[in-house]
Design a protein around this ligand. Structure first.
Ligand code: SAM
Length: 234
């Protein structure tokens, strides 16, 4: 399957194993991943956020229940919410989720915005788990026609070591542990040397939310900086 499907399938498989109740996809784009996740019954609140509101609006109505959804008695209260907003800004409605996903988003951020993103996601939202995917620049030698970055809008593409060092620092700063994996395998025999096409970090919050009390207290005031574009209750 194409790489973008493999990335989304990675999240779906994680959801099947870990059964998060509240899930938010940051940089949800045209809601492709959210549409796959809405079939997972354990999820009670499914949220998408993207800075590009027009992009979200294009296909968001595909998240509405289809008639057969109502014939399924096991659909207990799923709520879907879509917001226009930037991952560099805090919004109190995104606090305390079980899973935050950020698929091919961070490479679109400037270094200053990466700092804000880290603080917003790990320090403010304080989710139990986080899945972050980004290109592995070491793999680019296998991509025909890619001389610099895979897309002109990318601000950087990290090697495995660069991604690791950012992820380990964030984990240390905010009380998480991280596992590294990826999707899209290198040609035979070169997997070890080059790594996956898309690198993925899976972050787990350590010691429950209590360890982050100081941050929570500092941010006690309720911030609502995102604009609600769409919401629906199943
Ligand atoms: N996650 C989707 C996927 O896997 O197909 C879309 C990936 S697309 C390459 C990157 C998305 O991130 C775009 O939809 C873009 O509008 C969004 N984005 C870029 N900067 C953002 C920011 N600061 N806050 C929220 N979304 C942002």
């Amino acid at each position: 399957p194409p790489l973008h499907k493999q990335r989304h399938q990675f999240v779906v498989d994680f959801v099947k194993r870990n059964k998060p109740k509240k899930v938010v996809d940051l940089g949800c784009g045209e809601c492709t991943l959210l549409k796959m996740l809405k079939f997972h019954r354990e999820i009670e609140l499914l949220v998408g956020v993207d800075v590009n509101g027009a992009k979200v609006k294009k296909k968001m109505h595909g998240l509405a229940p289809i008639s057969t959804d109502y014939l399924e008695p096991s659909y207990d209260q799923l709520r879907v919410e879509l917001y226009q907003g930037s991952v560099t800004q805090k919004d109190a409605r995104l606090k305390g989720f079980d899973l935050v996903t950020s698929i091919e988003l961070i490479e679109h951020l400037t270094p200053a915005d990466i700092e804000l993103f880290s603080e917003v996601v790990f320090g403010y939202m304080t989710p139990k788990t986080v899945i972050i995917s980004t290109p592995n620049s070491e793999f680019n030698i296998f991509l025909p026609g890619v001389s610099n970055y895979r897309h002109s809008d990318h601000k950087f593409e990290w090697t495995r070591a660069e991604f690791r060092s950012w992820a380990m620092k964030v984990s240390l700063d905010y009380g998480y542990e991280v596992e590294f994996t990826g999707v899209g395998e290198a040609p035979q025999g070169q997997q070890e040397a080059v790594g996956f096409c898309s690198q993925i970090g899976v972050f787990y919050q350590l010691g429950g939310r209590d360890c982050c009390k100081t941050l929570l207290v500092n941010d006690a005031e309720d911030l609502f900086s995102y604009t609600l574009l769409y919401s629906i209750n199943y």
